[in-house]
Design a protein around this ligand. Structure first.
Ligand code: HEC
Length: 140
């Protein structure tokens, strides 16, 4: 009986120590400083600026046409409505697929992979221009 009580006590202490350690570790995982946020924001804005340049450049396609000729300042690109059904493609698509549709058709160029830095930059710029607009997936 005495042995059992001791074992129980040791187990309880072990449990408490591991609970405290877990709490410490998990709070450390989402800890970040003001400097972190400044660095991340700076990196994000660098990508947005790159997208701004691409959006206004005629180098993406093969016919010297640029995105802003049809979408000045990305105003009518409605990123907040994606994913949605797009009649040009005939199914529900995400935003990068619509950008590729424009790269292939109006720009007569080649599509970009979803993780191509140029695609990431274009999407960052398009989303940034529409910041604050409520999400409305599927909307027409
Ligand atoms: C010659 C005109 C033209 C050019 C240049 C052009 N687009 Fe488009 N874009 C369109 C048309 C037409 C649509 C289809 C409109 C629709 O169905 O909503 C469209 C749709 C889009 C949409 C979706 C808009 C929505 O409301 O769902 C995005 C995003 C987009 N274009 C991005 C781009 C990007 C990025 C480029 C440059 C790589 C580009 N476009 C170049 C004509 C153009």
């Amino acid at each position: 009986m005495k042995g059992k009580k001791k074992l129980f006590g040791v187990l309880l202490i072990g449990l408490m120590v591991s609970a405290v350690l877990t709490m410490k570790l998990s709070s450390r995982a989402d800890d970040f400083t003001k400097q972190d946020v400044e660095r991340w924001t700076k990196e994000f804005m660098t990508v947005v600026k790159e997208g701004d340049k691409l959006f206004h450049s005629s180098s993406l396609g093969k016919n010297k046409v640029s995105c802003d000729q049809c979408h000045p300042n990305a105003a009518n690109t409605h990123p907040e409505t994606y994913p949605k059904f797009q009649k040009q493609i005939g199914r529900v698509i995400t935003l990068f697929e619509m950008v590729n549709w424009c790269l292939r058709n109006p720009l007569e160029g080649d599509p970009l992979a979803a993780d191509d830095p140029r695609m990431v930059a274009l999407l960052a710029y398009i989303h940034y221009e529409r910041r604050g607009v409520p999400l409305a997936p599927g909307k027409h």
